[in-house]
Design a protein. Sequence first.
Length: 430
Amino acid sequence: MAYTRGQHVTGRGPSRRVTPRRLLTSACSLIAGMGAMCLSLDAAAATPTPGVTANTVTVGSISDISAPIPGLFTGAKVGTQAYFAYINSQGGVNGRKLILDGMDSAFSSGTVASAAQNIARNDFAIVGGYSLLDGSERSAVDAGKVPMITQVLTPSLDADPNLYSAVPLVAGGESTGPFKWLKSTYPGAVKAVGVIGSNSSTTSVIAEQTFRKLTYSLGYKWLFSHDEGYTTTAFLPDIVKMKAAGVKMVFEPSQQGAYISNIAQEMKQEGLNALLVSGANAYEHGFEPGSAGNGTLITTVTALYMGEDAKAVPTVATFDKWAKKVDPQTQLDLYTLYGWINAQLFVQALKGAGADPTRASLDAQLDKITSFNANGLISTQDPAQKIPGECWIAARYENGSWHRISPDPKSGFVCSPKGFYPTGYKGISR
């Protein structure tokens, strides 16, 4: 049944609205012998599918936009809107246009909880979005069994049965392939590692613990480690201490690209001759360190989505085009990509959820998606069983641009050495 916001208003006294459901209930109470039929009709009227009308499907998202740093995860909203605009340009899904009810967390757990409750009441699902406080969404999501198709940061959400992520994460898990490759390529540097981490969230702390355990098991030796706050922009004290300790490889896995730029520049300023290695965070327009960044490495499960892979991976050009179309000022980053790929995962499931989709029918379709690569934008993942992919690429920054390096293929991903930590993880049963 189609659902219209404001259709069901509970109130008392003269302001109480007369709705179709109230008329039906009143009629049933007056007509003898129709009890069973009226109960059935009333139950149907009482359980509409939120967010679904004859012509539209509305989903919600929650992102850190105005705080703790203005514009922090705006990309997550833009990426979701961009994919919806792309699909709407083709007629939508099963005759319905897609609408995003994108909300700002204001970096307030109470605001996040309230927004999640609003989505549970009024919208079909949570799609895209990215927030340091996403754990506050869980109560409303679980109570309403709201499908949640997004990337999350709170470890307790990783195994939530309502969550489907285009790139699944596992608390205590980390891909081993890139670190085996780094060890074989830079055997001396891995014996003298410095790490600048983040203490901004429980996720960051757990990730660093996992990272330490994994690298130690592979023979890496940490000479220095220090956690900075999420808003820290200068790292000179860390650089000075790493130089004194004899660090030859610097890991920065959690800060924004602009801040990693600062690390690169400060390393050059202090004469710290070490290899700078990051994850996907450094691969964004904010990373502009000039010549100080030459030689910086990243390993990631994404294609080079800012344009370098456009010829080999056609979807890259589509992503770039529509993100800029939705927001000409957008700075493509990992969060924009996250919004796009999770919107694509949602649309794939929605197409199979039937002419009159419900949350249950959407879940049923999501449970079937055990192989997903967003048309080559990411390595193959298993969202249904929450099993991360084992394949990745490496890229190097030189003179203002990124390029793939050996052992990467021209397109696709490296699947050897492979492996996912912890060993033996088999996913979940929903």
